[in-house]
Design a protein around this ligand. Structure first.
Ligand SMILES: NC(=O)c1ccc[n+]([C@@H]2O[C@H](COP(=O)([O-])OP(=O)(O)OC[C@H]3O[C@@H](n4cnc5c(N)ncnc54)[C@H](OP(=O)(O)O)[C@@H]3O)[C@@H](O)[C@H]2O)c1
Length: 351
């Protein structure tokens, strides 16, 4: 690293003449060695080489860690191992745990407590081993059986939706990881997230489920919202709903992320009662299964614009009575049945 040393003379920045560049560079190299810990490289085992496990292990491998074994039975998991982790042997979970010093547990959330308990009780997880899971909902508590045998726990959740293919590898660049870690594991957590190409945000143990609810509400319900908007456009005769929605929704998302509630436009914030009444009638006629979520989101939007003062309460009350009347005839969200005339297309990956 070339470092230019400066001194101030009459408020002007000039290069310092006294020190030779060679001596200055040597000192900086020595200083860097004194202050930075060399990155640790692990032998990695992955239990559950599913959408997330196979991709994270592949990315860790690319960063110089050695992936020594992976577990999983289904055809989909076997195919992912072959595609993303070529030459990595498939082993049963206890053998995977025994073979590595960083154990990646990427099983479904509801399986995680049992997997940790069984592996810890069987002696497959050992003292000093780093045990990492990627669940958004769980924090460190679920890893308590592993901690009890002396393992180091990390909860490291990528705020991303995965396809389980090579497409995801690049999406990890700049992806934020919600991390819960004890003081002793924080530096290591940051190193692993950096190796994965991501950035760390710290999530307190007690906020883990709320953190995950926020992401699910934003990302998963967004998929439902877009699907419903597409259905309404198709019912209105628009031949390519995605082409119509993409520029609009992209702009709305960008504006909302930049400006929050101030990004809102449309009939609710304008107080256009008759427009909302018309929407409700047409949605009821053509897509009654969409009515419950339209009303629920209109109510939430209305509450926010009245609270922050952009809509007069009297106007808000008129809108609320229109929504109340529509809700009386709407099927409840849980009862709403989607009837499609065409194939719904591929399933979206969950989060
Ligand atoms: N998908 C996402 O977009 C996403 C994003 C962020 C975080 N996450 C989190 O990442 C974790 C994994 O999710 P995923 O979507 O990758 O799941 P997934 O695609 O369903 O893969 C789950 C993996 O776990 C294995 N497995 C299931 N039950 C098991 C058990 N009892 N013992 C051992 N292995 C078992 C499965 O093997 P078989 O295939 O043989 O059944 C499969 O390889 C979850 O905690 C999830 O919340 C997911």
């Amino acid at each position: 690293m070339v470092v230019v040393h400066h001194t101030f003379t009459k408020r002007r920045l000039v290069p310092a003449p006294a020190l030779t560049r060679g001596r200055r560079r040597d000192w900086n190299e020595r200083f860097a060695k004194m202050t930075s810990t060399p990155a640790r490289r692990f032998t990695v085992g992955v239990i559950g080489a599913g959408r997330v496990g196979a991709v994270l292990a592949a990315r860790l491998r690319a960063a110089g860690h050695e992936v020594v074994a992976a577990a999983g039975e289904s055809d989909a998991t076997r195919e992912r191992i072959a595609a993303l982790l070529p030459d990595v042997p498939r082993r049963k979970p206890t053998d995977v745990a025994r073979a590595c010093d960083l154990l990646l547990l990427t099983v479904p959330d509801d399986m995680l407590p049992n997997v940790v308990s069984v592996l810890s009780a069987s002696g497959a997880i050992r003292a000093g081993q780093l045990v990492v899971h990627t669940s958004g909902r769980h924090g460190l508590a679920v890893l308590a059986p592993a901690v009890a045998v002396g393992a180091e726990p990390l909860a490291l959740h990528p705020a991303m939706t995965f396809t389980g293919t090579a497409v995801d590898l690049e999406r990890l660049d700049g992806c934020v990881f919600g991390v819960t870690a004890g003081a002793a594991q924080r530096a290591l957590a940051e190193q692993l997230v950096a190796d994965l190409g991501g950035r760390t945000t710290w999530v307190p143990e007690e906020c883990r489920t709320l953190y995950h609810a926020a992401l699910a509400h934003g990302a998963n319900h967004l998929v439902t919202l877009v699907a419903e908007a597409s259905e309404l456009l198709a019912a209105a005769g628009v031949d390519d709903p995605a082409r119509t929605l993409r520029p609009l929704l992209t702009a709305a998302l960008d504006n909302a992320l930049a400006n929050g509630d101030a990004a809102l436009t449309g009939p609710i914030v304008r107080g256009d009662v008759e427009t909302v009444r018309g929407h409700l009638a047409e949605v009821t006629r053509h897509a009654p299964h969409v009515l419950a979520s339209y009303v629920a989101l209109a109510r939430a939007t209305l509450g926010r614009v009245v609270t922050d003062g952009r809509l007069l309460p009297i106007r808000g009350a008129k809108l609320r009575s229109v929504l109340d009347a529509a809700e009386d005839v709407a099927p409840t969200a849980g009862d709403a049945v989607v009837v499609r005339s065409e194939s719904p297309g591929p399933r979206q990956p969950g989060q």
